[in-house]
Write a protein that binds this ligand. Structure first.
Ligand SMILES: C[S@@+](CC[C@H](N)C(=O)[O-])C[C@H]1O[C@@H](n2cnc3c(N)ncnc32)[C@H](O)[C@@H]1O
Length: 362
């Protein structure tokens, strides 16, 4: 394998610059296109687009704004389950359980700190090559690997998977949110209801269920829900109360509001662009204000937290901070906002992955 320093001569496709004149601060830049593809079934041309109800009429919330804490940088350090071993020249070298993996990383504009031989000692490389059959887009320099492999997060088993969209089924930077949420659930010493919107492969849902919460998990992708259910089995949490719902997240929260359902903790980690199962279009900048507003109105009288992550384009944590602070006016508590970063093992550089803003009761 070529050292990442040689990447400019590498014939492998680079992250697309199309439509992205300004640098985007998050993983969204490199993965935006793949995420559209990942919406697979919902995005198919032959699926009729089902409109949602009338757009919500938003009114400014009354009351004092929550206290604020920013910038808050939440960091994932290398650990036994996951480590960012090195990064540079638009790529990252990661350890996921037993496997060493190389994937594109648009943020890594610096030079790698580890020598080329370390980048050569890998199990899988995301190539970006199109292959309709099997495990296209991944190259296995040592031995061909199966599609899935056992992974762990904090003692909990789940399935890693080489997807053709470069993802492996987990966003490790989310782990700090999960720890925080688990602490809130355990310390509450009462039944806690968690809503996980855009839940993907379900790790946040599993962490919440393990901590004792009753969980509702919503995602538009049948495939992702199937994978999340497998993860529940693997984690030995099949008896824990998790409702798996394949639905458009916006439609779901609108219905929960009409029904009068309430949650103590809400996580929402929306993509910049996505599709519901019936073709409903999700656009981050258009949908976020209404979704945040509805999330507020479906909270229990004594809620614990609302956590928003944005892998947005041309945005800053100040933007989602202002939205969240206005939305949670009159609720007391604090809005904490900043970035989720992963600390690299080799040279200690912080790799920014996303923006976040969260309301916490205490
Ligand atoms: C950023 S990922 C979520 C990552 C997840 N929170 C985690 O930490 O693993 C985005 C997810 O949103 C889902 N999605 C996209 N559009 C959606 C929509 N309109 N309604 C519900 N889910 C949607 C996708 O299927 C995908 O699983």
């Amino acid at each position: 394998m070529k050292h990442p320093r040689d990447k400019r001569r590498d014939s492998r496709p680079q992250p697309s610059r199309k439509g992205a004149p300004a640098p985007m601060p998050t993983r969204e830049r490199a993965e935006r296109h793949e995420r559209k593809v990942e919406q697979h079934a919902p995005a198919r041309q032959d699926v009729p687009v089902e409109a949602r109800s009338e757009p919500r009429k938003l009114a400014r919330r009354e009351g004092a704004l929550p206290a604020e804490r920013l910038p808050l940088i939440l960091e994932v350090a290398p650990n036994d389950d996951y480590a960012l071993l090195d990064s540079g020249n638009g790529q990252k070298l990661e350890q996921y359980g037993p496997y060493r993996i190389v994937r594109p990383e648009g943020q890594a504009i610096w030079l790698p700190a580890l020598p080329a031989k370390e980048w050569d000692r890998v199990d899988a490389v995301f190539t970006g090559d199109t292959d309709e059959e099997g495990l296209g887009r991944w190259r296995f320099p040592k031995t061909p690997l199966g599609e899935t492999w056992p992974m762990r997060h904090d003692g909990m088993s789940y399935q890693g998977r080489f997807t053709s969209f470069r993802h492996v089924g987990v966003f490790p930077e989310q782990a700090t949110h999960w720890d925080h949420m688990a602490r809130l659930i355990e310390e509450a010493k009462r039944p806690v209801k968690v809503l996980n919107l855009f839940g993907y492969t379900g790790l946040a849902s599993l962490v919440a269920a393990r901590a004792g919460a009753e969980v509702t998990h919503v995602d538009a992708s049948k495939k992702a829900i199937g994978w999340a259910r497998e993860n529940q089995e693997m984690a030995g949490l099949s008896k824990k109360p998790i409702r798996w719902i394949c639905e458009d997240a916006m439609k779901f929260v609108e219905r929960e509001e009409r029904r009068g359902s309430h949650y103590d903790i809400i996580l929402f980690d929306p993509p910049a662009y996505g599709r519901g199962p019936k073709g409903e279009v999700w656009q981050l900048f258009e949908g976020l204000p209404a979704m945040a507003d509805i999330c507020r109105s479906i909270l229990t009288p004594k809620p614990l937290a609302v956590m928003l992550t944005a892998y947005s384009i041309r945005s800053s944590f100040f933007a989602i901070h202002a939205l969240m602070r206005d939305t949670f006016a009159g609720m007391g508590g604090t809005i904490e906002s900043g970035e989720l970063v992963i600390r690299e093992k080799s040279a200690g550089r912080a790799l920014s992955t996303s923006l976040f803003s969260r309301w916490v009761a205490k």
